[in-house]
Design a protein around this ligand. Structure first.
Ligand SMILES: Cc1ncc(COP(=O)(O)O)c(C=O)c1O
Length: 469
């Protein structure tokens, strides 16, 4: 099984120097020294960010100094928890300039998406339109839609640059929204390719009467999201991706005009203003509480405020600029790496214009004959060097199906001939290599990390993939 390089390599770019290097190297020393002490090369920032030391200390001091009780009551410890939750909720809204939104705390972005999926009024006259470049937590909403008789339409990203096919998307949104109520979903930044899809699609779809989910989970860690400027209906976010700690907390931002559109299919503790057992009736609350099932994570929620303040102390524009420079530098160095016969060691997929990308990129490694190395091999070898990268499909099969040229017939052939299965089994059934290597950088990634990764890549120079079988 081998894939030959099909396309031209990314062109060389001008020499790049890191912006604000002194500031970020001080920050790394002060807040993240354990990375270097442990000789880690962390290049999985899209998987999760790394927490700064001060965030842990601040939050632990806060916990050690105060007594907190379960919210939803008026006793002193309960009130204290409620006050900190309210303060944090306001901070989240302020951070995203989201005065027209309601902030629902969730476990993570996935749980936020589930709330939309299970509550959206799908029926025979609705359609879920989504890009093929979406995380599985967005893809999964199609099951809620289909189960209620709705239609599902995927809009493929383009093979050559993995960006939106604009004429096709325009056509589908315009035609399909004429007769049906459309829920449209796309990621502000691909969790796979790092492509920042144009946010103009929010207004475009809204003007056609569609509702819009903007999956901002991979975008907000390194880009400013100003919800006074663009106004999607639903935005899922995971906080650990922005500042590393705490895990297990995210939010769903719901536009105030769309709140009543979501029809919660059940009630639970904390979500109701009144319930009767004998009358078997209930009233849901009219605020964020409606979607916050059970007891909130009241001990960790206040740490979100600290995390957002930490990010503000650096500045999102500075973070974006830094990440952009690092990604460009990395791509520039990688693009120059070749085998002795001049063939490239790897290919980075996606647009050549790096201004359209965030901090993550995917690539394939090629041997001296132009055959692809297995992605698992790359991750295993990188792990031996303490380099954390990720391989596979990254919970986003749509991009990989396009990038690896896997046909619908091949995919359907696997599903219809199996009652159960998995990724590896499918790969051997189809007989085509798939998956890629993802490298994602953060604002504390430095030149040393990049050098170490390039040093690792150079170990494949002049190698034949068959030597590794
Ligand atoms: C774009 C995108 N959406 C959704 C998710 C799901 O986030 P979580 O696993 O935190 O729920 C991720 C996770 O990587 C993501 O990158």
């Amino acid at each position: 099984m081998s894939n030959q390089i099909l396309e031209k390599e990314i062109p060389e770019t001008k020499a790049i120097s890191l912006s604000d290097d002194a500031f970020f190297s001080e920050l790394r020393k002060k807040e993240y020294s354990r990375i270097d002490k442990n000789s880690e090369v962390y290049l999985d920032f899209t998987g999760g960010n790394i927490y700064p030391e001060s965030l842990i200390k601040k939050h632990h001091d806060f916990l050690l100094k105060n007594v907190f009780g379960n919210p939803h009551s008026i006793n002193p410890t309960s009130k204290r928890s409620s006050e900190f939750i309210a303060e944090t909720r306001q901070k989240v809204l302020d951070f995203f300039n989201a005065k027209d939104y309601i902030c629902v705390f969730t476990q993570n972005a996935t749980n936020a998406l589930r709330i939309v999926g299970e509550s959206y009024p799908f029926n025979e006259n609705t359609e879920y339109i989504l890009l093929s470049d979406n995380h599985n937590s967005v893809n999964g909403i199609r099951e809620f839609c289909k189960n209620k008789g709705g239609a599902v339409t995927y809009v493929p990203v383009q093979y050559h640059d993995l960006q939106i096919n604009e004429p096709l998307l325009k056509k589908l949104l315009t035609e399909h929204s004429k007769n049906k109520k459309v829920l449209f979903s796309f990621p502000a930044q691909s969790n796979v390719t790092g492509v920042k899809h144009d946010l103009k699609w929010v207004a475009y779809a809204k003007n056609l009467g569609c509702d819009v989910i903007l999956d901002a989970a991979a975008f907000v860690p390194t880009s400013r999201l100003d919800l006074s400027e663009i106004q999607p209906d639903f935005i899922p976010i995971s906080f650990y991706k922005i500042f590393g700690y705490p895990t297990g907390l995210g939010c769903l931002l719901i536009h105030k005009d769309s709140f009543q559109e979501l029809k919660k299919p059940w009630f639970a503790g904390g979500t109701v203003s009144l319930v009767s057992v004998n009358a078997q009736d209930h009233f849901l609350t009219n605020t964020h509480e409606r979607f916050e099932d059970g007891t909130l994570n009241y001990l960790d929620i206040p740490a979100i405020k600290n995390g957002l303040e930490f990010i503000e102390s650096i500045g999102m524009d500075k973070i974006s600029k830094r990440v952009h420079t690092i990604v460009e530098l990395l791509a520039h160095k990688l693009s120059k790496m070749t085998h002795s016969n001049g063939k490239p060691l790897l290919k980075i997929f996606g647009p050549e214009d790096f201004s359209k990308r965030g901090g993550n990129m995917i690539m394939s490694f090629y041997d001296i004959n132009g055959n692809t190395f297995q992605t698992e091999l790359i991750e295993e070898r990188a792990s031996l060097k303490n380099i954390s990268i990720r391989t596979g499909c990254f919970c986003n099969p749509g991009v990989d199906e396009i990038n690896s040229c896997i046909t619908t017939e091949e995919l359907s052939g696997y599903f219809t001939s199996h009652s159960d299965g998995n990724y590896h089994d499918m790969v051997s059934f189809i007989g085509k290599m798939r998956g890629s290597v993802r490298v994602s950088v953060g604002f504390i990634t430095n030149e040393n990390d990049i050098e170490k990764f390039c040093g690792f890549v150079s170990e494949f120079k002049d190698k034949d993939a068959s030597e590794f079988n």
